[in-house]
Ligand binder design. Structure first.
Ligand code: OAD
Length: 252
């Protein structure tokens, strides 16, 4: 395998039939979306996402939690997919590239990717916390830090359709993510610290099935040792460079 990580990645990808890509918050960082473990800014600096994204916080103060997710939806409406999202969408037009994301944003879809598996749910998939009925997500930037969530016809409260700490992952989504990890020749990890299971177990499943594991992350992570190739770079730089280099290698 070539010494240069990018050449080694191209060598592995050139002969791959199926590629699975698992993205984390770092994928959206260059779009201006703070990663999960970034310090929150402004009004939300005083709140810790780790405590807000929990069933207990919802039970205790649904208006605060609902306002935080409203704020996150409004923030997303103001940003665009970055060159990394675009590169993945372009690449999937000519290769069997399957996307799994831990992110609850819609930037992959807005870049043109389809059939994206969201293992932690989506900011835009709200549901009743009692009967489970699906509800549309309002996208309005809250004035303050509390907004009463809408009520469902059944009398329950409309909650964000995301996975909170301690909650089970959507079964179908995780089953599909596992299948995509088992079926790929190359598994690419982009922008995840790899600290939250079971999503962080997907690269191990891929490795166990014989896939080559590539990590794209400017920093070392808990998963770096399990990777065959590491591109110490960012999503918006490394992905376009890799996809372009792969396209040129096919032309030669
Ligand atoms: P984290 O915030 O834990 O990690 C973000 C990773 O992205 C870090 O390893 C950064 O080094 C890396 N990173 C930062 N900027 C980057 C860039 N421009 N390009 C590439 N990588 C970059 O976010 P996640 O790993 O996604 O779960 O967190 C996993 C889960 O933890 C989240 O889905 C969330 C949280 O609990 C739920 O909401 C259930």
């Amino acid at each position: 395998m070539s010494s240069e990580p990018i050449s080694a990645a191209i060598d592995a990808l050139r002969t791959a039939n199926t590629i699975t890509v698992l993205t984390g918050a770092g994928m959206s960082a260059e779009s201006g979306v703070p990663t999960f473990r970034d310090v929150q800014t402004g009004l939300w600096a005083k709140y810790n996402p780790m405590t807000l994204a929990t069933p207990e916080a919802w039970e205790d103060d649904p208006a605060l939690v609902w306002a935080w997710y409203q704020r996150r939806r409004a923030m997303l409406a103001a940003v665009e997919p970055n060159a990394g999202h675009q590169a993945l969408a372009t690449w999937a037009r000519t290769a069997d590239v399957r996307l799994v994301t831990q992110n609850v944003d819609d930037l992959h879809e807005r870049a043109g990717s389809s059939d994206v598996v969201h293992v932690h749910g989506s900011l835009f998939a709200c549901r009743c916390d009692t009967c489970g009925r699906e509800h549309d997500a309002e996208v309005s930037d809250p004035e303050g830090d509390r907004v009463l969530p809408p009520e469902c016809e059944c009398g329950g409260l409309v909650r964000p359709g995301v996975v909170w700490f301690g909650e089970m992952l959507p079964q179908n989504a995780f089953a599909e993510a596992t299948a995509r990890s088992e079926a790929c020749d190359v598994f690419i990890l982009v922008g995840t610290s790899g600290v939250v299971y079971p999503a962080a177990g997907l690269p191990h499943i891929a490795r166990g099935a014989g896939a080559t594991i590539i990590e794209i992350n400017p920093d070392e992570t808990d998963l770096s040792d399990a990777c065959d190739i590491t591109l110490r770079s960012t999503a918006a730089v490394a992905l376009p460079a890799m996809v372009d280099a792969l396209a040129s290698s096919h032309d030669t």
